[in-house]
Design a protein around this ligand. Structure first.
Ligand code: MLC
Ligand code: AMP
Length: 465
């Protein structure tokens, strides 16, 4: 039986003043629980609450407060422009937007819901019983291939089951210090990187930004990063060497290039752990602290997860499908999209193409759809960026792809048919409407998009980026 999500929030091995450090500001667990209790008291009964998820202790307090109160949390990227932010707030039905002090000023008068300021110094005891494990902990907005992001409903049970499975695979205990600097609005940084540390009881140092220098200075035993972060670490050998005292370096959210794996081993003496996951499933496949780690492989399913490959007759690779207790409860208000993400016999269709080796190790080979881009570990739907570009009056047609990129894995490249506008202006236009990370890094201007006889744009025929 999985223990309820928040049962173990009190410090198992005794409290310390810097149990949680985010961007240089620290809280003890007692302070965190007190401030979160005050948030819980203020928002109890709300149907859904949004949190402006900047990398601050206020974000952690807001999220823990909502989880104490049993109010589902919708993290909002702090740099999201009005188009993306208003979609998330309206679609989720959030009644309130929680934000730290500096952020409140930035939001004032702009957001379409009431903004509530989170105060680290507030204290209230919260002693209500743990909410139903089947209730939603999070509504995480995530991109599909077309249209606006959908809200994935993640239950408390799914989060608890996943964190326990990962703690077992990585031998993650209260003796660890977890270090990372990932955004607090996605599974990697928020669910694993904050709730994981709180559930296991380890210290957490969030570096604000995931820079090599900040990782090197943090002195952790366990580090999380997306491949872009590890690529930057190995390009800074002094920073990389400073990580040789760590117990485990974990990479996920996108494929870790084999040369980066090898450079990490060479510079730190540590073979990185690779793990695979998705917003809709949480982290489902991983190599282990006590097992083999192989470049290009994400290992075996974690406890409770079963996987299979839906391959054509005779083929070894095909769509990875899975089932288990960490799966989501569907997309909010989108029964058709939810149904479409499952097979007839109830397995989740990841949309990733994979192979399973005879010894059970999984290799992720690619994505089924060209319209799902992974850039710097962020998942970006081509359709959402195309729609943003088409909102500009000068743009007549737009096609967006993820072009291979050494540092980001893929970089967003936009091909447009447009009059009287320059590249940077269009990049800034998208950055201001959506989140900054969804901006094209390059724009190519064409006289017309390549199309087939039916008039459908043919992305495979676009000129090289
Ligand atoms: C640049 N900036 C702009 C801009 N261009 N601002 C406004 N308009 C423009 N046109 C600013 C940015 O806001 C930022 O400011 C700065 O420039 C640098 O931005 P960037 O160039 O986009 O950053 P970059 O170096 O490319 O970021 C790399 C990165 C980032 C690795 C740090 O991609 C990242 O954090 N990735 C993590 C994604 C992640 O966590 N994914 C997990 C998904 S969950 P400033 O002030 O902010 O510096 C998942 C499940 C699983 O996948 O398996 O884990
Ligand atoms: P997101 O929904 O942002 O969590 O992105 C999920 C997607 O990230 C998956 O469907 C994969 O395409 C990709 N992904 C996550 N981890 C890995 C990994 N270790 N190797 C390759 N791809 C990964």
């Amino acid at each position: 039986m999985t223990a309820p999500l928040l049962t173990s929030l009190a410090a198992p091995g005794g409290d310390r003043a810097d149990a949680l450090t985010v961007g240089g500001r620290s809280l003890s667990r007692e302070e965190l629980l007190g401030a979160a209790g005050a948030v819980a008291a203020r928002i109890a009964g709300a149907p859904v609450v949004a949190v402006r998820a900047s990398a601050t202790p206020e974000t952690v307090v807001a999220v823990v407060g909502a989880l104490l109160a049993g109010v589902p949390v919708v993290p909002v990227p702090p740099d999201s422009g009005p188009a993306e932010r208003d979609h998330i707030l309206r679609d989720s039905g959030a009644a309130l937007l929680l934000a730290g002090e500096a952020a409140v000023a930035a939001e004032a008068g702009e957001a379409p819901v009431e903004t509530v300021r989170v105060e680290l110094a507030e204290r209230a005891a919260w002693s209500k019983p743990e909410p139903d494990p089947e209730s939603a902990a999070f509504i995480l907005y995530t991109s599909g291939t077309t249209g606006a992001p959908k809200g994935a409903l993640i239950s408390r049970r799914a989060v608890a089951a996943d964190l326990d499975a990962l703690a077992e695979a990585w031998a993650w205990t209260a003796d660890d210090t977890l270090v990372h600097g990932l955004p607090l609005f996605h599974v990697h940084g928020l669910v694993l990187g904050v709730l994981g540390a709180l559930r296991v009881g380890s210290r957490l140092v969030h570096t604000g930004k995931p820079t090599p220098a900040a990782y090197a200075a943090a002195g952790g035993s366990l580090y999380f990063g997306v491949p872009t972060v590890w690529n930057r670490v190995v390009r800074d050998p002094d920073a990389a060497r400073a990580l040789s005292g760590a117990r485990l370096l974990v990479s996920g959210s996108a494929p870790l290039p084999a040369p980066v794996f090898r450079d990490l081993e060479r510079l730190t003496g540590r073979r990185p752990v690779e793990r695979y996951g998705m917003t809709e499933t949480l982290i489902t496949v991983s190599t282990r602290a006590d097992g083999e780690r192989r470049p290009g492989s994400v290992g075996r399913p974690v406890a409770g997860i079963r996987t299979r490959i839906a391959a054509e007759e005779g083929a070894e690779i095909g769509e990875l499908q899975l089932t288990g207790p960490t799966l989501f409860d569907g997309y909010l208000g989108r029964p058709e999209a939810t149904a479409g993400s499952y097979t007839e016999d109830g397995w989740f269709r990841t949309g990733d193409i994979a192979a399973i080796e005879p010894d059970g190790f999984h290799r992720i080979v690619g994505r089924a759809s060209i319209d799902m881009i992974k850039s710097g570990g962020y998942r970006i739907g081509a359709g959402e960026v195309e729609n943003a570009l088409l909102d500009h009056p000068a743009v007549q047609e737009a096609a967006v792809i993820g072009a291979p990129h050494d540092d980001l894995g893929q970089q967003i490249v936009a091909y447009v048919v447009a009059d009287g506008i320059g590249e940077q202006e269009l990049i800034d236009f998208v950055a201001a409407r959506l989140s900054v990370h969804k901006r094209p890094r390059k724009v190519r201007f064409l006289d017309a998009l390549p199309r087939n006889a039916m008039g459908k744009p043919q992305k495979k025929l676009l000129p090289p980026a």
